[in-house]
Structures are given as structure tokens and as C-alpha cells.
Design a protein around this ligand. Sequence first.
Ligand SMILES: CC(C)=CCC/C(C)=C/CC/C(C)=C/CC/C(C)=C/COC[C@H](O)COP(=O)(O)O
Ligand SMILES: CC(C)=CCC/C(C)=C/CC/C(C)=C/CC/C(C)=C/COP(=O)(O)OP(=O)(O)O
Ligand SMILES: [Mg+2]
Length: 284
Amino acid sequence: MTAGETIRGLLELTRPVNVIAASVLTFIGAFVAGGVTTAPFAVVAAIAATGVAVGAGNAINDYFDREIDRINQPERAIPRGAVSPRGALVFSFVLFVGAVGLAITLPGAAIAIAAINLLALVAYTEFFKGLPGLGNALVAYLVGSTFLFGAAAVGNMGPAVVLFVLSAIATLTREIIKDVEDIAGDREEGLNTLPIAIGERRALQLAAGLLVVAVLASPVPYLVEYFGVAYLLVVLPADAVMLYAAVESFEDPTAGQSHLKYGMFLAALAFIIGRAAIRVPGGL
Ligand SMILES: CC(C)=CCC/C(C)=C/CC/C(C)=C/CC/C(C)=C/COC[C@H](O)COP(=O)(O)O
Ligand SMILES: CC(C)=CCC/C(C)=C/CC/C(C)=C/CC/C(C)=C/COP(=O)(O)OP(=O)(O)O
Ligand SMILES: [Mg+2]
């Protein structure tokens, strides 16, 4: 392997798209809390800590999953030999140290969230992934917590709580559908995911039911007057895309989980637009 191939492999281990997506969610949490202009250094540190933590979490996941990925994902960096298992572990450790270094510059509530999340990322593959539903719930918590983390970094967690709940439920729905998508490979590996434990159809019904709860709750940030009417104009189409995706997943889980992700991105945009067009007292 050349140095270039190794560097490319290390970068791949972090899953750059997920790193960027999670960092954007932390930014949204800080933005919704009104802290982007009042605490810009904390916002930058929180965004960087999130990106580095997600990179560390993905790298350690590939380290623990190296045997399964040899069969399921042979093109990934460790199975194809671009990075050694030990190299991935050391790289992940360095990133974890970097994330801790950034997080300790933040207020106590943000440090607490970071500490819980870093432990969760290390424990996920070995302890949670094999427990039906619990691994999904942990990933859902992690994704939702980015909003709380961004808001905590600027000292105002209140407005992010609803976003945490909505995004965690939508993520749980998508993770369950992804397990339905992966059911054949996971069965061969002897994993006990939710669709393996309770059946594909029941898992999809549960996923869709959870999403309906989140969609029904999605106007709450408008109703409690955090966001203006512009939020509704964007979140309602996002709700429609997500509901369509949940129904579609009964026929085609791959298309369903992918379209659900687009709906979730649109909902994340609604949070930004809703806060930018904030509701004035007595107005819309
Ligand atoms: C009802 C309502 C308004 C819900 C809110 C939905 C919302 C704003 C969700 C935010 C979630 C979001 C945009 C996440 C971005 C992607 C991300 C960090 C995913 C984490 O993925 C973990 C997964 O196991 C890897 O998936 P893959 O995409 O297949 O690599
Ligand atoms: C705010 C701070 C400090 C941290 C944020 C942490 C976040 C948002 C994590 C997001 C969820 C995430 C990307 C976790 C990484 C580990 C993981 C679940 C990887 C999934 O890897 P795959 O190999 O695709 O899937 P499985 O291993 O689950 O099959
Ligand atoms: Mg994995």
C-alpha cells in the first residue's frame, strides 16, 4: 500500500458525509438556541468536536466489525488492506482524544453530553448492536443529541429539546428500515436485529408508527412559538416525504430508507428557516 492509499483509507474510515451531516446538526442546535453570534468560538469548537467524534466512532465501528465486513463490505478500508486493524484503532483513539480536547473547552452540560456520547460510540458495536432495537435506539439518541450538544455549547438547551425528540424518532424509524434492508446478510452473520427478532412486517409497522408520532409532533416548535410560520411551510412537505418513504419501505426498504433521509434533511432545513424567520409576539 502506498502512503496515498493509506491516507485515503483513513479518511474513508471516518465516513466524511456522516461527519459533515452530524456537524451541520450541531450548528443547527446552536443556531436555534440563538448562540451563533453570541458565542462563535464555542459554536466552532462544538461543530469540530462533533465531526471528530463521529469520525472516531465510525473508525472504531470498522475496527470492531472487521471480520463481518470482510464478507459484507469487502471494499471498506480494513478488509481491502488499505489500513491495518491496529492502524484503525490507533487512528480512532487519536480522534477520540481530539474530540475530548475540543469538548472540554465547552460549558458543563455540553461536556456531559460529549462524555456520554463518546462512551456510547465505543460501546455501540460490542454491546448494543447485537440487542434488537437497542442498537437502533442508541444511534437515534446519538444523532438527536447533536442538536442538544450545539445548544448546550451556547448555554441554552431549551429550544433544542423538541428537535432532539423529533430527530431521534425519525432516525429510529430509518435505522429499523435499514435493518430490514440488511436482513439477509445479518441473518447469515447470526445477528439478532429487530426485524430478525419480531419479523420484517412487524418491524416496518413499528417504524412507520413511530414516524407518524414524530410527524404529528412536528408542528410543536411552531405551536410553542419558537419558530415562525415559514417553519410549517418547509416541515409539512418534509413530513409528506418521510411518510411516503415509510410506506414505500414495505415494498422497497432500500428506496424507503434513502428517501426518508432526504425528508430528514428537508426537516433539518425547516429548523434553520423556522429560526431565521422567528415568530414575533402577536405575529405569524
Ligand atoms: C418529523 C421530523 C420533523 C423529524 C426531524 C428529522 C430530522 C431533522 C432528522 C435529523 C437527522 C439527519 C438529517 C441526520 C443526518 C445523517 C446522519 C448523521 C446519519 C447517521 O447515520 C447513522 C447510520 O447508521 C449511517 O447511515 P448511512 O446514511 O446509511 O451511512
Ligand atoms: C456530539 C458528539 C460528541 C457526538 C455525536 C455523535 C453522533 C452524532 C454520532 C452519529 C451516529 C454515528 C454515525 C455513529 C457512528 C458509529 C456507527 C453507528 C456506525 C455505523 O456503521 P455501519 O458499519 O454503517 O453500520 P453497523 O456497524 O451498525 O452495521
Ligand atoms: Mg459496521
